[in-house]
Design a protein around this ligand. Structure first.
Ligand code: PEP
Length: 251
């Protein structure tokens, strides 16, 4: 049985006052039973989030981590072992903003994925197609290639300790959401691709949907058989809205 997960990606949002208010809202938020809830603040606020949330059952993740697990000479980066030491549990790998705007390649993402797992962080691998790729009928090819980049190198078993987020690039921050059926079709294909290598791992891995999820559309998306929760951007910056999305995953 897969426990649903709802994860909030704060991206590069927040100042000290705003983060304090959001953390206070999250601390007071009623959590649904059986749903794993996580937030991914900017690196600067990770430790503060851990302190505020660790008693309350909300995990804290990082939006990025370095290509090597241990600390060292890598200016501007944060090592997975440093993140783990301050209580961070998860890390996003391959968010489309990092792939597209910062030019992160599959090679870099493979190294980040392995480094994160070596330090005990759970990677949340983000994959998804652009609008042009969808319109060209290449969605499954693109998503399949992004998944295989990890599977071919490390084997399907690494997904026993990882999460996959399907995030169509055209739906991120645009207000456009994949229909529940569109998302389900891709999730089912991702699970089948993994099942061809390792049926047990495929049956257990959580597949999150991300892309303009709100309280108003969450229940319908999370009701699909292969959608095990969501990766939430904009709507995770409001504790009430995020709480409602978390409760939708518990129903
Ligand atoms: C995201 O940043 O991962 C995301 C899904 O953003 P939004 O919910 O704002 O579309």
């Amino acid at each position: 049985m897969r426990h649903p997960m709802v994860a909030g990606n704060w991206k590069m949002h927040g100042n000290r006052a705003g983060v304090a208010e959001l953390l206070e809202g999250l601390r007071n938020m009623p959590l649904p039973r059986g749903v794993e809830v996580a937030v991914f603040p900017p690196t600067l606020f990770i430790e503060r989030a851990v302190e505020a949330l660790e008693q309350g059952g909300i995990s804290v993740g990082a939006q990025n981590s370095a290509i090597q697990s241990e600390q060292g000479a890598l200016t501007g980066e944060v090592a997975p072992e440093q993140l783990a030491e301050v209580g961070c549990k998860l890390v996003l790998i391959g968010h489309s903003e990092r792939r597209q705007i910062l030019g992160e390649t599959e090679e870099v993402l493979r190294r980040k994925f392995a480094a994160a797992q070596a330090s005990g962080l759970m990677p949340v691998l983000c994959i998804g197609e652009t609008l042009e790729e969808r319109e060209a009928g290449k969605t499954l090819e693109v998503v399949g290639r992004q998944l295989d980049s990890i599977v071919d190198e490390f084997g399907a078993a690494v997904f026993a300790d990882a999460v996959i987020a399907y995030e169509p690039v055209w739906a991120i921050g645009t207000g456009l959401t994949a229909t529940p059926q569109q998302a389900q079709d891709v999730h089912a294909a991702i699970r089948a691709q993994l099942a061809a290598k390792d049926a047990e791992v495929a049956a257990g891995v959580r597949l999150l949907y991300g892309g303009s999820v709100k309280a108003a559309n969450a229940a319908e998306l999370f009701g699909m058989p292969d959608i095990d929760g969501g990766l939430i951007g904009g709507a995770s910056l409001n504790a009430d809205e995020f709480g409602a999305i978390c409760r939708a995953a518990g129903n």
